[in-house]
Design a protein around this ligand. Structure first.
Ligand code: KIV
Length: 272
């Protein structure tokens, strides 16, 4: 019991140090965050010093094949968070709170704790959720905010904040989330100029996705940057740092051919 309390206390101290480091990097070092969902990708990301791992609810589209992030809940997010945590990465893991999991303070806290139990160190919430953020932070749960395009509530996938009124609203939301205690904020799909303005207005780091180069860091979905999507979906901001789809299909086709021809498994791949 005492040992468990000590470990918990030590984890909190280490986490506070990590959060402080993330905040301190603003203006000094750009932050690289990846959205990924399993132990293998998490291990690869850890090997190359990616700063933050987000277990994004985009897993709904990317791995589960749904047409919206609204289609998954806590059960799935806990499993994917555990998978990432099983890689034991050195960096912070952020669990993306799914649709309807933070509608009020009570459910937000209950579900955020489930993320921590699954191995996350922090959670992310979408939109103008200052009261929820304050409650989580008061309960020692670090929170990342998310403004701009909000896939859990957006009617249409589009660039947000092109018009002044909407841009002012997004800026005000970001300021309110910072005041509520967020340690960082994702800026999604907005004009570069607006992301630059928000980044200079905040003391906490901004992490952009489709928000241009002036953010304090950038996030991409790992599968997107690897060019692993067999469909043609590619938003403007996605850069394919690799193009793995053709290589994957080539390998699958070769496997099929060798199986059909009885060439695989040869003696080399058989037990004797
Ligand atoms: O779900 C996700 O992967 C995200 C990032 C794209 C920011 O929210």
């Amino acid at each position: 019991m005492v040992a468990a309390k000590l470990i918990c206390c030590l984890n909190t101290i280490l986490l506070m140090k990590t959060i402080a480091e993330v905040k301190k990097s603003k203006g000094k070092k750009k932050i690289a965050m990846l959205s990924l969902y399993d132990a293998m990708f998490a291990a690869h990301a850890n090997n190359v010093d990616i700063d933050l791992l987000l277990v994004g609810d985009s897993v709904s589209n990317v791995l589960l094949g749904y047409d919206s992030t609204k289609r998954i809940g806590m059960k799935e997010m806990e499993i994917f968070t555990k998978a990432v945590a099983n890689a034991k990465p050195d960096c912070m893991i952020i669990g993306d709170m799914p649709y309807k999991s933070y509608e009020n303070k009570k459910s937000a806290l209950e579900n955020a704790k489930k993320f921590l139990n699954a191995g996350a160190n922090a959670v992310k919430v979408e939109g103008d959720k200052a009261e929820i953020v304050k409650h989580l932070v008061k309960n020692r749960i670090p929170v990342m905010g998310h403004v701009g395009l909000l896939p859990q509530s957006a009617k249409k996938i589009r660039v947000h904040g092109k018009e002044e009124k909407e841009a002012q609203k997004i800026l005000a939301e970001a300021i309110s989330l910072e005041k509520a205690g967020c340690f960082s904020i994702v800026l999604e799909s907005m004009p570069t100029k607006l992301a630059k303005k928000i980044t200079s207005a905040l003391k906490i780091p901004t992490i952009g996705i489709g928000a241009g180069k002036y953010c304090d860091g950038q996030v991409l979905v790992a599968h997107d940057l690897l060019g692993i999507n067999p469909h043609e979906f590619k938003p403007k901001f996605v850069k394919h740092f690799a193009k793995l789809s053709p290589a994957i299909e080539k390998a699958f086709a070769k496997f099929r051919k060798e199986v059909v021809k009885g060439k695989y498994p040869s003696a080399k791949y058989s037990y004797h």
